[in-house]
Design a protein around this ligand. Structure first.
Ligand SMILES: [Zn+2]
Length: 272
């Protein structure tokens, strides 16, 4: 990618439009200066034969980058094989929904440790990821915010190293929450980008998918999303590190203020 895009997760909230759907939402976010939308397939794949053409038309016309967030019910380390297979099916269905509207990146949380060791979990998840077909949509494994979830930065980076169609989705707020507030200043963000660059190579920073937003947490990790200005997540220093590393790709804002906070990120970044 030749630049860094800013976008929202799901539909915008303050468009004033009577009917807000993916197609009208895409037009609206373009009109306010945003560049990307992450479709929410968390409950079901809501790109269907009915709305597909309109979404694609709006996407192409407005030159908007599309990604999607996969189901919350994915667990590639579920106890039963049947449930693991169902998770793979869910990922494939989401990938196909996103492919139909020319989306680029399917983001998901790979699974939970349950009673397994970290190593066992890693191996099971890896085996299952290797069963996914590659059709041009990148599988973006997200760093997760709860300690019961598989998905430390190291785990995700290692999987990306081993499976070439798996790519990184860095959720900085999740990393912060998982560590009970570890990301305090500029150096903390720099360390993450240095690590990614060292392990996966510079090209990864030229096409990175990033999640960011205000977040509340406790010793078990993530609790819920918050407006940026009501959280201790240091988005200014995070954006500084991103700018200093000349990161390109896409930043998706997650949080209750949706496009308002996405604009805050974009404006803050452009003034740095
Ligand atoms: Zn997520």
């Amino acid at each position: 990618m030749d630049k860094l895009l800013f976008g929202i997760s799901g539909l915008p909230i303050s468009s004033g439009l009577k009917t807000i759907n993916y197609a009208s939402g895409i037009q609206y976010i373009k009109s306010i200066g945003l560049d990307a939308m992450e479709l929410l397939f968390v409950r079901n794949v809501n790109v269907t034969d009915k709305n597909r053409d309109k979404i694609l038309e709006a996407k192409v016309e407005n030159n908007i980058y599309l990604s999607a967030h996969g189901s919350h019910y994915i667990n590639l380390n579920a106890d039963e094989q049947k449930k693991q297979d169902l998770s793979i099916e869910r990922i494939i269905k989401a990938m196909e929904g996103l492919l139909a509207v020319k989306g680029r990146s399917l983001v998901f949380h790979p699974g939970f440790y349950l009673k397994d060791s970290k190593e066992e979990t890693y191996n099971t998840i890896k085996e299952n990821l290797m069963k996914l077909p590659y059709k041009g949509v990148d599988y973006r494994l997200e760093t997760t915010g709860k300690r019961t979830q598989f998905g430390t930065l190291e785990e995700i980076v290692s999987l990306c190293k081993e499976i070439k169609y798996c790519k990184l989705c860095i959720d900085f707020s999740h990393i912060h929450a998982r560590g009970n507030g570890t990301l305090k200043g500029y150096r903390d963000f720099v360390k993450i980008l240095e690590y990614v660059c060292k392990e996966l190579g510079r090209p990864v920073l030229d096409d990175l998918h990033i999640h960011m937003g205000g977040i509340s947490y406790n010793e078990t990790g993530e609790r819920n999303h918050l407006p940026l200005l009501e959280s201790d997540f240091n988005y200014v220093e995070c954006l500084k590190a991103i700018k200093d590393f000349d990161v390109k790709g896409c930043i998706i804002l997650e949080g209750p203020l949706v496009e308002k906070d996405a604009i805050l990120l974009k404006n803050t970044y452009s003034k740095l």
